[in-house]
Design a protein around this ligand. Structure first.
Ligand code: NAP
Ligand code: F7E
Length: 354
């Protein structure tokens, strides 16, 4: 039976990865914040909190001593380092804490592996935010790096730290350059879940206007459950390496809004442009419960709020995951429309349970 550590096990990816590894027969040790403030709702919703092979422990990622002790006690074969302040928007508000926290955590874990368990395989959750996102090219493992947010800057540093420990110290350190991946377990501060939860509330008759920032930006959005499979495959490879995980398709935030509301049975039309843009209800789609008593055609359900604009926007993101397909046999299988449907249905079900 293999032993794995997942840092940030209570996050979106942590929960899905824990389920994957437990299903594969691993003993999983999942780290939580040291102050006991972590909400375990995602582990609960996957029915994992009391799994006999899932062991939760508080861990201070900023302490090298804690990471040394962790490796010494558990002697894990694999470490999946997922814990991070993962919001790009928040990183513009708290650049120092974001950069410092992300850099220290990766360095401490790699140093603990180097000193204590040098054969442990290490996965670093890298990000497409290390790319500039300024042109229309597809981004792959060879693309020049140019982060445009404090979060991207921090992850650029952890990318190079992992590569450096691989090259200098022969640690099996691999990086997944992960494009956006979403799910019903996504926090609502991220735009997809913000949209799907609002679409569900509006369909249920709540009077709400969804306020969003830039509707033009395009993202390569996949399903988190597909991406954790990619993380596991990255650590099963013969050699440590770097892999892009992406769907190879991009859609705009506006497209995502349309798909999400359609998944709730609501047809929309966008009107106006820039800060004046709004979306109104045009019709109710067939195959859904009658929504006409909850909302009416012409009702404004989306408007732009420039307060959600970012100081610097990573405008376009499309990943080229052909290396992962060729070498790992991995590809994203869930289409965006399917993903929207999964997320909206989960949000509707949550509202029905309240
Ligand atoms: P997430 O849902 O925000 O989960 C992050 C986890 O890290 C949470 O459990 C959080 O704990 C924990 N954490 C945050 N700051 C911490 C700290 N200072 N000390 C200890 N724990 C801390 O993020 P995710 O979507 O699962 O992403 C997993 C990893 O992949 C992250 O490193 C992220 O940067 C990276 N990534 C994600 C995406 C994506 O689209 N999802 C794309 C590229 C890269 P609390 O629950 O207590 O806050
Ligand atoms: O924004 C735009 C916003 O916050 C997506 C993280 O997992 O993926 C994620 O970072 C886009 C941005 O994710 C709103 O300007 C418009 O262009 O959902 P997001 P993100 O910044 O792409 C990367 C790959 C990671 O590594 C990160 O960890 O949507 N947008 N209006 C909005 N975004 C938010 N949050 N809220 C809005 O109202």
């Amino acid at each position: 039976m293999k032993t794995a550590v997942i840092t940030g096990v209570a996050g979106q990816d942590g929960a899905y990865l824990a389920r994957l590894l437990l299903d594969k027969g691993y003993q999983v040790h999942g780290t939580l914040r040291p102050d006991g403030s972590t909400d375990l709702w995602r582990l609960d919703s996957l029915g994992l909190r009391n799994h006999p092979h899932l062991h939760l422990l508080q861990h201070d990622l900023c302490s090298l001593a804690d990471s040394l002790a962790l490796m010494d006690r558990l002697q894990p074969q694999e470490v999946y380092h997922l814990a991070a302040q993962s919001s790009v928007a928040k990183s513009f508000e708290e650049p120092h804490a974001t950069v410092n926290g992300i850099q220290q955590a990766t360095l401490n874990l790699l140093e603990a592996i180097r000193q204590v368990t040098p054969t442990t395989r290490f996965f670093e959750a890298g990000t497409s935010e290390i790319f500039s996102h300024k042109d229309s090219a597809m981004y792959n493992e060879l693309t020049a790096l140019h982060p445009r947010s404090p979060y991207g800057l921090a992850k650029l540093s952890t990318y190079w730290t992992t590569v450096n420990y691989r090259e200098s110290f022969n640690v099996f350190g691999s990086v997944g350059i992960l494009f956006n991946h979403e799910s019903p377990l996504r926090d609502q501060r991220f735009v997809t879940r913000k949209i799907t939860s609002a679409a569900a509330c509006i369909a249920k008759g709540q009077e709400l206007v969804l306020e969003l920032g830039n509707l033009e930006v395009r993202r390569d959005w996949g399903f988190a459950a597909d991406y954790v499979e990619g993380m596991w495959r990255i650590l099963q490879a013969k050699q440590a390496d770097t892999f892009v995980l992406a769907t190879q398709n991009s859609q705009s935030v506006r497209d995502f809004v349309r798909l999400a509301f359609a998944s709730a049975g609501i047809g929309l039309a966008f009107q106006g442009c820039g800060e004046q843009e709004i979306a109104v209800v045009t019709d109710f789609l067939e195959g859904f419960p009658d929504l006409s008593s909850n909302l009416h055609t012409g009702q404004i359900v989306v408007r732009v709020n420039p307060g959600f604009y970012r100081p610097l926007e990573a405008g376009l993101a499309v990943g080229d995951a052909s290396k992962a397909k060729l070498q790992l046999g991995w590809q994203a299988t869930t289409k965006l429309q399917q993903l929207c449907q999964i997320m909206v249905e989960a949000d509707m079900a949550r509202l029905s349970r309240k």
